[in-house]
Design a protein. Sequence first.
Length: 190
Amino acid sequence: MKSSQDIISIIKNRPHFKKLQKFAELDKLKLFVPLEMRKAILYITHRTIHENNKPPFMLLFAFNHPSFVNEFNHYNPERIRESLKTHQNLFPNLYAAIRESLKTHQNLFPNLYINVSDLRAIVGIQAFVPKNILNLYKQPIMIENNFFYQEHSRGNFENLASDQSLREQFESIRKIILKNLEKNNEHFAY
């Protein structure tokens, strides 16, 4: 009698579950990433890009924090490319998808030469933060416009300035204080 693992393995190896196999291979790519970064990976996906100046196959790593994205994009793409090149036997479905996207790319751009042995020209590796998570980090800052200043002075000070310009300045300050007191009284009047 076959165990449940054997049955699941037989089902997964059927041709119409090829996508499931590809996702399992993409999940194996997490092993080439440091442990703390591995915990922050939400998912890994791939995309075929048909643009002249970009690699035809993109591996996209979704992270839950922008700092992991910066660190990943700076240090890890080359390491993952080398691991893919070294361990080709672990990723047969992924390599089939890469070959397929390369054929499509070469059909679209026949004048463009891509060195097949150069994995950097074929596979682009990039990290990103999904929009729904990125929006949590870009919350608009709400500034309240109802600042309230309660005047401490009552405006009943003596103006002892002997200079006429200073005397006028103090009188303008007194007017401002009295105006603020009026506003405060209006604000607290029920």
